[in-house]
Design a protein around this ligand. Structure first.
Ligand SMILES: [Zn+2]
Ligand SMILES: [Zn+2]
Length: 265
């Protein structure tokens, strides 16, 4: 579906928000309006990502029957202390729903280390195996843990999916694209371009995705408040400038990449 230019979408953008948390309490009051604004702004697809088993159940209930909305189920590294083997059985059972397109978010976060490192590693490894056995891509969260995350993924030999809210360096980006992973950029690219200038040249255009990670990380000029999927337009415009493309081309490119990564037809 091509977007027509309109007051809410003057550039006629078509975008895929590859990572948002629509089950977050910050959306409980006005989710319908949030979604309406997103579609009006040109967001054609959204991936609502879960952080725990109860959250995964909510995400599935939300995405069921909603055109353009998909979800990803998994236990976030922050939740890894509470991760149990039984969660995997329950998550697997959820995966019969066709709106589930990925396992995530899973990974390692040694920046805040809210859960212990050993527990994070166990949860990550078990869920990599789950993704592989279900033949689903992974939504991977890595913060201050690039070396360890790389080592674990190498041990498991499964490299299907996306490094979300990419905050790694050039070396990490090179490794990821060589292994076949996608790289998703969030609103924080509008805060500081320096890091990206070294990373972008090594990422082929057909591996780039964009996300809001809403309600977190609002892009400029929305910084300071709640983020929401309609604000993806700011990230797309910013990335378009860095790639020397029009915003419309950048929306199309990142949307096509996300559809390929998540196998959305
Ligand atoms: Zn994350
Ligand atoms: Zn997230």
């Amino acid at each position: 579906m091509r977007a027509r230019r309109s007051a809410g979408n003057p550039e006629g953008l078509n975008m895929f928000d590859s990572h948002c948390h629509l089950t977050d309490g910050k959306f409980h009051e006005d989710l319908k309006l949030v979604l309406r604004r997103a579609f009006r702004a040109g967001v054609r697809e959204l991936m609502t990502v879960s952080e725990s088993l109860p959250d995964a159940r909510e995400a599935v209930a939300l995405a069921l029957g909603q055109e353009g909305m998909y979800c990803s189920v998994g236990v976030h590294p922050h939740e890894a202390d509470g991760f149990r083997g039984l969660d995997v059985t329950a998550l697997r059972e959820l995966c019969i729903e066709p709106c589930i397109k990925a396992v995530g978010e899973i990974g390692l976060d040694f920046f805040r280390s809210i859960s212990s490192r050993p527990n994070q590693e166990v949860a990550f490894e078990v869920q990599i195996d789950m993704a592989r056995s279900l033949d689903l891509p992974m939504v991977i969260h890595v913060r201050d843990a690039s070396g360890r995350a790389r080592a674990i993924l190498e041990e498991h030999g499964y490299f299907v999916g996306v490094l979300h809210c990419f905050a790694g360096d050039r070396k990490m980006a090179e490794w990821a694209v060589e292994r076949g992973l996608y790289i998703s950029l969030a609103g924080n690219i509008t805060y500081n371009e320096d890091r990206l200038r070294t990373v972008l040249p090594v990422v082929p255009r057909d591996r780039l995705m964009v996300e809001t990670d809403s309600p977190y990380l609002p892009p400029v000029p929305e910084r300071g408040g709640r983020n929401e999927p309609s604000f993806l337009v700011h990230t797309v415009r910013h990335l378009a400038g860095l790639l020397d493309m029009t915003p419309r081309e950048c929306g199309d490119l990142t949307r096509e990449n996300a559809r390929r990564c998540f196998r959305v037809s």
